[in-house]
Design a protein around this ligand. Structure first.
Ligand code: ZN
Length: 527
């Protein structure tokens, strides 16, 4: 997901200067001052984009991860944390912050289509798409609408929940950060005129909000900062670590802080999911945070540390012509509008989330089954899924038959969800234990909940995914051949790791899904 940040902040750097509304010199509210009982440890969550079991274990074998090794040795680690679907950072962050699936938080992915306004919402998947879709729209979508309008007001974020309990909160370099505190985003006048931006842009975040060079907390304002920290305009691991270390050293650390390390995702896209020499750098920035305390042991006495990934990365095939599944030729004779045209001027709208895409027929004459029949001809396509009223219909390329799923029923999965299952079960690689009526997932963890969540996250749509090794191609979508990619439903995309240190509170296997973590984080503040 680095591309989102990279290109978004490129625009930000060119266009925006932001200032926080908090008056100069005002200090963060500490929990003791706000009435909360100050007998808890602070909580620090570091999210390392694309961190997985394979790259952690490779680094541990090489003894190249001192911080991660120390945290695992003093805590516990799980490698079966399931991301929501689509496994793209914007949707995942929304789930992490709200403890809900895309059905409830209503951020459907990096890219989605709004038929009411006939626009493709894109939080910035590639530079070329930025320009084609319009800098103005993308900028405002990402900076303002994502947190203010797109993220459902009916779900509460972790920052809002902790503020209610009297705890202070902070977010460093996250895209999704809605909180109680209003922050003004000031845009230079010439930019407002050029891009017809509103006079005032506002966003709501936690007490402490850092977003690259665009929104700087007081600890780094007016300070001489090494220029290297502003590579990618501050949306990088070193800046995230620097801001965090300054907060700690200046006793400005909030009770609960979430810190995003975006760099490894870029490395994994380029060099492949297991790129230990690059992952080592993320460990170095973790060391910088631990080193801000008197000792690493002291860091654990004062804090609960949670180091987690957001999704996996699937290793793509080497041949460029094989790896990219061109969707438009497969859909022929149905047409897809060029990005510059109104999306509804084609027969089908594609919202490409790399290893998954949403498809929207623009005419009732075109059925999901029609589209699925065409796409299913390609051996690299994996699943095709849509809703028929409340029933989930799933096809798979290379597998005969169909699977019909309903919510509720006799089959129970590890998360306590129950399902009615009819049809060809191997389509989703599940194991059914007849004597106990238990359902065990194989290659597609939590597949039914994930598909329901995505299909109910916005307007009517169908889903197509790519088999491992491949990615979906449409206008403007990147192809990381030989490298890594994600977005899909497969465990290569959706499984990630979590390391928890400084608390005895376990995260049991019924709760090892991203949407359970908000409650888990809140439980760390229970008296
Ligand atoms: Zn990515």
């Amino acid at each position: 997901m680095i591309r989102t940040y990279l290109f978004f902040i490129l625009i930000c750097c060119l266009l925006i200067g932001c200032d926080e509304k908090r008056p100069e010199g005002d200090m963060l509210p500490q929990s003791a001052e706000t009435g909360a009982v100050n007998d808890h440890k602070n909580v620090i969550v570091v999210l390392i984009d694309s961190m997985t079991e394979a790259v952690i274990n490779d680094g541990l074998d090489r003894s190249s991860l001192p911080a991660i090794s120390y945290l695992i040795k003093n805590g516990f680690v799980h490698h079966d944390l399931v991301a929501p679907f689509p496994s793209m950072s914007v949707a995942i962050e929304s789930t992490l912050m709200t403890g809900s699936s895309p059905q409830k938080h209503q951020v459907p992915g990096l890219v989605w289509y709004d038929p009411n306004d006939d626009v493709i919402m894109d939080y910035g998947s590639t530079l070329s798409k930025y320009w084609k879709l319009g800098v103005n729209d993308t900028l405002v979508n990402t900076l303002v609408h994502l947190n203010t309008n797109h993220l459902s007001p009916n779900v509460e974020t972790i920052y809002e929940a902790l503020h209610q309990k009297g705890y202070s909160t902070g977010a460093i370099n996250f895209l999704v950060y809605r909180g109680h505190q209003t922050h003004d985003i000031s845009v230079p006048n010439y930019v407002k005129v050029l891009f017809h931006l509103p006079e005032k842009l506002k966003t709501k975040g936690p007490d402490l909000l850092a977003f690259g060079q665009a929104i700087q907390p007081k600890v780094v304002q007016n300070q001489k900062v090494d220029d290297a920290l502003y590579q990618r305009f501050g949306l990088n691991d070193s800046y995230s670590a620097e801001v965090t270390a300054k907060l700690i050293k200046e006793n400005q650390q909030p009770d609960f802080t979430m810190i995003f390390f975006p760099n490894y995702d870029k490395d994994a896209h380029k060099h492949g999911p297991v790129s230990p020499e690059h992952f080592t750098r993320a460990d170095g920035y973790l060391q910088e945070i631990l080193n801000a305390y008197d000792s690493w042991d002291n860091a654990l006495e004062e804090n609960v540390f949670i180091i987690m990934g957001d999704h996996g990365q699937d290793q793509l095939k080497e041949k460029k012509e094989e790896v990219a599944i061109e969707l438009e030729p497969l859909l022929d004779p149905y047409t897809v509008a060029p990005l510059l045209d109104e999306p509804s001027s084609g027969d089908v709208v594609i919202s490409n989330n790399h290893r998954m895409a949403y498809l929207y027929p623009t005419s009732s004459d075109i059925s999901y089954f029609d589209l699925a029949s065409k796409l299913q001809q390609d051996y690299r396509i994996d699943h095709l899924a849509w809703l028929e009223e409340e029933e989930l219909v799933i096809y798979q390329s290379g597998n005969d038959g169909v699977l019909h799923i309903k919510e509720g029923g006799d089959w129970q999965d590890q998360y306590g969800q129950t399902w009615t299952i009819e049809g060809n079960e191997p389509i989703v690689d599940i194991d059914l234990n007849q004597s106990e009526m238990k359902l065990a997932y194989g290659d597609y963890p939590d597949v039914f909940h994930q598909l329901y969540g995505a299909l109910r996250s916005h307007s009517e749509t169908m889903i197509v995914t790519a088999k491992p090794g491949y990615t979906l191609k449409s206008e403007g979508a990147p192809v990381h051949y030989k490298g890594g990619e994600h977005g899909g439903l497969h465990k290569n995309d959706t499984l990630t790791s979590i390391i928890i240190t400084g608390t005895e509170k376990e995260l049991d296997n019924h709760n090892r899904r991203m949407e359970s973590l908000k409650d888990y984080f809140l439980s760390l503040f229970d008296k």
